[in-house]
Design a protein around this ligand. Structure first.
Ligand SMILES: [Zn+2]
Length: 339
């Protein structure tokens, strides 16, 4: 997994993206949260991480056969102390037992290899197959790089099959055997931007805190995440542009080049199949689009949307109605749910 440093958690809006993604920015959407204290913000962020991880894992697991890139995965979401800014870091260390760049489990979704192995939030992974992971420099500045390097080592070990992890919980270390399973290889991250946006860059799926909170239940959340997974399945993005996440402008340009109105409609359609295969309810997509339209109007004024490639919520609902009927008839007839 990869995740940008939690800059907003540290009280800055620097990470708020300039443009792009499958949704309209609403810059004031998360503003209320910034006034809350660190403990409240950390709790809210953690709950969102867990909720998104649960839904994303079901989608990744159920659709491994359709994804162009699937890997042996553990299903966990990891974090590190070094991701956090100075304000939240002591709290995150105390609450989750985090230490420098070492990966800590923030979510171990139900049914995932991580959960089956007994891992739980608060566990710190200190070694894999007898090799110590790097703690990094004590007191290093807020950065995601150290965790990324450790995650890469874990992913490489998992790709080769079952692993033995050394895990620290409540100050005590133990060995944990974990047997990974095949799942779509697009880790999902929550971005704290206060906007309503989700996106896929060909390697990862991102959902903003605003968008995740807008989803009233897991079926609605699955609609957003499955739409992004569909972009990956349909290989709409072949250029990983993680660098562009910070740049904004380059990223917006590559969005225009890589996507079109028809690819959005294709992703909506494919997304409904993907979420149905993961046993979510596809009909809730309609309700989500209604909520989304309400919020968008509420934001007021013209919305910059990366080249105007998005249909209205009404248009998307109309386009999805026959897809829902198609899916229902396939299910009724016992035909495969392959678009
Ligand atoms: Zn899209």
């Amino acid at each position: 997994m990869r995740r940008p440093a939690r800059l907003i958690a540290a009280g800055t809006l620097a990470l708020a993206l300039a443009a792009g993604g499958c949704g309209h920015p609403a810059p004031d959407a998360g503003a209320a949260g910034i006034q809350d204290g660190p403990a409240v913000r950390l709790d809210r962020l953690t709950r969102l991480d867990v909720r998104v991880a649960e839904v994303a894992w079901r989608l990744a697991r159920a659709n491994a056969d359709l994804c162009p890139v699937s890997h042996q995965r553990a299903g966990w979401t990891l974090q590190s102390a070094s991701q956090y800014g100075a304000e939240l870091r002591p709290l995150a260390e105390a609450r989750f037992g985090l230490n420098g760049d070492l990966p800590g489990v923030v979510a171990a979704p139900v049914g995932s290899p991580a959960s089956e192995a007994g891992l739980a939030p608060g566990d710190l992974i200190v070694a894999v197959n007898g090799e110590a992971l790097s703690r990094g420099e004590a007191g290093a500045a807020e950065s995601y790089d150290g965790l990324a390097a450790n995650s890469t080592r874990l992913d490489a070990a998992l790709a080769a099959g079952p692993v033995t992890l050394k895990v620290r919980r409540d100050g005590r270390e133990r060995d944990v055997a974990l047997r990974p399973v095949l799942a779509c290889a697009y880790p999902t991250q929550v971005e704290v931007t206060g906007t309503f946006r989700s996106r896929a860059d060909g390697r990862h799926i991102f959902i903003s805190d605003g968008m995740a909170n807008l989803a009233e239940n897991d079926d609605e959340l699955a609609f957003v995440l499955a739409h992004e997974l569909a972009h990956a399945v349909l290989e709409h993005r072949t250029q990983p542009d993680v660098v562009g996440v910070r740049g904004g402008l380059n990223w917006a340009i590559s969005m225009r080049r890589g996507l079109s109105l028809s690819s959005e409609a294709d992703a909506d359609r494919m997304g409904l199949f993907l979420l149905t295969r993961a046993e979510f309810d596809p009909s809730r997509a309609m309700e989500f689009l209604t909520s989304w339209a309400t919020v968008d109007e509420g934001a007021g004024g013209p919305q910059f949307n990366a080249g105007g490639i998005y249909q209205s919520a009404d248009g998307r609902r109309r386009a999805l109605q026959p897809v829902l009927e198609d899916i229902a008839s396939r299910k009724a007839a016992g035909r495969p749910l392959i678009p």
